[in-house]
Design a protein around this ligand. Sequence first.
Ligand SMILES: [Fe+2]
Length: 314
Amino acid sequence: MNKSNKRRQFLKNTTLGALGIGLSPILSSAAPEKQQEELLACDRTTVDYYGAGPFYTANPPLLSSAQLAKEGEPGTRMIISGRVFNLDCMKAIPDAVIDIWHANDAGAYDNDAYNLRGIVKTNSQGYYLFETIKPGKYLNGSSYRPSHIHFKITPPGFETLTTQLYFEGDTDIPGDKAASITDGKFDARARIIPLSTNANNKLEGTWDIVINGDGITVGLNDLHLDKGIIYEVFPNPATNQVNINYGVFQDSKATISVYDLKGQLVAALDEKELVSDKYNATWTPEASLPNGFYFIALKINDLQVHYLRIMLTR
Ligand SMILES: [Fe+2]
């Protein structure tokens, strides 16, 4: 496998992990390789033709709870998450600053204050996540701009990438000067992501970012779904007890761990010498843990092979 193919394979695996529960049908189908092939290539994230656009406001607040849209903000709730990678796609970048802003449900920007504007940072493993509402559309000349989120992404000590994220199936993409570009330095294709609806009736999308920056390799170049997978984590959102069904595909030491959004370990559930089979585990969150998002991770012989995200609401 040459370097390019290797990188491609790696990021595909990562993205599969991020897709979570929706992945299982893909894996069990007859031709998973072909379907996986189309998911994502490891190419540098491109800038948007329109750049930051006219509505950027500097110095937005750092979001402590990952909530870009306050409770009660009109619109369809939406969760965007992913990982920020170095150009080699083998290292994730912790502490990258992700400055996000977008229009409200009616297509208007808050140009007086910081509603729907804020900063999240990638955690110790390079993950980011925020919850917001799906942006409304606004007129740009005689046509509507497709629904989009603006991003300024800055790895520690490196240059800022300014770009925009769009959503698959948006009928205003073909007529948009920026979102319709399919080659060159403004190629928008990898910035048009599918959205699915989760059990909590919120839209969810995954977007991995590839940018020039330093990174860490710890636990990263080892996301191998051929070694094991978490089939299901339920209920999600959870209040009390979380059930985890997982599979181990080789005789190995298997560990189920729970991390918070910052990447800190909050529970180590299972560490067993296992033979290849299906297993289950349960996690009863400590009462002192705050509500919010957590990652359930499966490690095989200390390599993280898969994770799923879960929300605690109590
Ligand atoms: Fe915009």
